[in-house]
Design a protein around this ligand. Structure first.
Ligand SMILES: Cc1cc2nc3c(=O)[nH]c(=O)nc-3n(C[C@H](O)[C@H](O)[C@H](O)COP(=O)(O)OP(=O)(O)OC[C@H]3O[C@@H](n4cnc5c(N)ncnc54)[C@H](O)[C@@H]3O)c2cc1C
Length: 298
């Protein structure tokens, strides 16, 4: 948003790509689709803000500045103030992977899908009991959820909504951002989004978001191309914690409770690094990085 490189992107992006390649090998699915991201400025003011950051080495490694009118593709007329071509981006099809994973773990009967409630938990000096069974740990990887046991977490969560549209007349080869994102989404479809709302924090799709996104999208379409049918509208809450970084580690008073949260609006980029870092800490005793250690953020 402010033209800064994403937190530790040089370390996190290769880790994420390595993880998705491994998941592709394991599942036989195609999950990663690399695409450049074309971010067009919305105003001259935005272009000037970019010019102040463009020389920053961390940002330079991933970007190339675009002149007005450059790289518009089928959205002719969209690049009014110039923009940035961002390398290293893409789309990871986590929906398909989750469906595959769910099926494979159910086959092995090693998963139960139930609502977890704190009332069902009895903490012991070591380990815990849950619904009459003994466990070593509970991992709280529950996204935006309020727990009494973690009531001090510094939430800055934000609701967001997106739409998937049928767009047979629009063949995009890049991901576009001008205010909203437009993401090529399989054959003859695009996904547009996303809104940012801080209240209410629920998962309910709204008419207001749908109309707002469609209006923004229409403004980016060249004359003669109309928006297609809405196939899907979805809403969710981004689990953002203060600092905009993952927050990991054991509860300061109950070491059998483990947190893996704060993936914010960048779970696809951050989760592979965060989970590996957490597991190395728990299983091999490697110290947690102070920037993500929940114990340092009370
Ligand atoms: C509109 C929108 C657009 C986004 N766009 C992007 C994007 O382009 N790129 C990107 O990287 N990220 C994006 N994100 C963010 C991304 O979705 C999150 O970073 C990611 O989902 C966080 O993963 P998580 O597993 O920590 O939490 P979640 O995905 O929220 O998963 C938590 C899970 O825990 C379950 N759970 C919670 N409480 C309980 C309970 N009591 N019992 C049982 N289960 C429970 C929930 O049902 C859920 O399935 C977007 C988010 C939104 C809302």
């Amino acid at each position: 948003m402010r033209f800064n490189a994403s937190w530790r992107v040089e370390e996190l992006l290769p880790k994420a790509l390595e993880c998705y390649a491994a998941l592709e090998r394991e599942s036989g699915l195609r999950l990663w689709e690399g695409r450049e991201i074309l971010r067009y400025f919305q105003s001259e003011e935005e272009r000037r803000r970019w010019e102040k950051k463009a020389g920053n080495a961390e940002v330079q490694a991933f970007t190339k500045t675009l002149r007005a009118g450059e790289k518009e593709g089928p959205l002719a007329g969209v690049n009014t103030h110039g923009g940035i071509c961002i390398r290293g981006g893409g789309r990871v099809d986590l929906g398909s992977w989750l469906a595959w994973w769910r099926e494979s773990v159910q086959e092995g009967k090693c998963m139960e899908e139930v609502e977890f409630r704190e009332e069902d938990l009895t903490l012991l000096e070591k380990g815990l009991r849950w619904r009459g069974r003994s466990f070593e740990r509970v991992y709280f990887c529950s996204g935006y959820a309020r727990w009494k046991l973690w009531d001090w977490l510094p939430w800055k969560a934000a609701k967001g909504e997106f739409l998937t549209l049928e767009m047979p007349g629009l063949e995009l080869s890049s991901i576009i951002k001008k205010g909203i994102f437009i993401i090529p989404w399989g054959e003859r479809k695009v996904r547009i989004g996303a809104t940012y709302v801080w209240n209410p924090l629920d998962g309910e799709p709204t008419e207001e978001a749908r109309e707002g996104l469609l209006n923004d999208f229409r403004r980016l379409l060249p004359p003669g191309i109309q928006e297609g049918r809405v196939l899907e509208q979805r809403a969710g809450v981004r689990p953002i914690l203060k600092g905009n970084r993952p927050m990991l580690g054991c509860h300061p008073r109950h070491e059998q409770l483990v947190l893996c949260n704060g993936l914010g609006s960048k779970g696809a980029l951050q989760a592979p690094w965060a989970v590996e870092h957490l597991v190395e800490h728990l299983e091999e005793g490697r110290p947690l990085d102070a920037e993500v250690d929940v114990a340092g953020n009370i």
